[in-house]
Design a protein around this ligand. Structure first.
Ligand SMILES: [Zn+2]
Length: 152
């Protein structure tokens, strides 16, 4: 489960994709010491700026995002969360279960209780999150949609 709050990451991804394509084009134009080996590199149409106008492929919905593409990952954690032998409670309302756990791009982990209080959890990190979360199966363009999907 992951989410994204800005459209910017999408643009950055497309720009990176285009840069990668441009590199491929340059490689295709360089003389190869292996002769026919370069036939496997897809050549761009001559004289066109196809890279700048290439349609998104595969469509954004079908791409598995990399960590850099999204603002964070999130999952629901219904049971009490025990860290170093202690049950975590929300510092604001005392709730102790049914969390949304966030793992942000900077590898920090945040807990959000049902009332929407968000607390950074220094006892957890991205490695913990990755060990305990399922495979990323769904993308939400906004944090709110992700929360709704998770029942919060
Ligand atoms: Zn709370």
């Amino acid at each position: 489960m992951y989410f994204r709050r800005r459209a910017r990451a999408d643009r950055e991804f497309r720009e990176a994709q285009q840069e990668g394509f441009a590199v491929l084009q340059r490689l295709a134009q360089e003389p190869s010491p292996f002769g026919s080996a370069q036939a496997e590199v897809p050549a761009a149409p001559a004289g066109s700026d196809a890279a700048a106008h290439a349609p998104d492929f595969p469509p954004a919905d079908l791409r598995a995002p990399s960590r850099q593409d999204v603002d964070g990952f999130m999952m629901r954690w219904v049971q009490p969360l025990v860290i170093d032998g202690q049950v975590r409670t929300c510092p604001q309302c005392g709730d102790y279960r049914d969390w949304i756990v966030f793992c942000m791009r900077d590898d920090s982990v945040w807990l959000r209780c049902r009332a929407g209080h968000e607390t950074k959890e220094p006892g957890l990190d991205a490695a913990w999150y990755n060990r305990n979360s399922g495979p990323v199966d769904r993308y939400h363009p906004t944090l709110e949609e992700g929360l709704r999907h998770l029942g919060h």
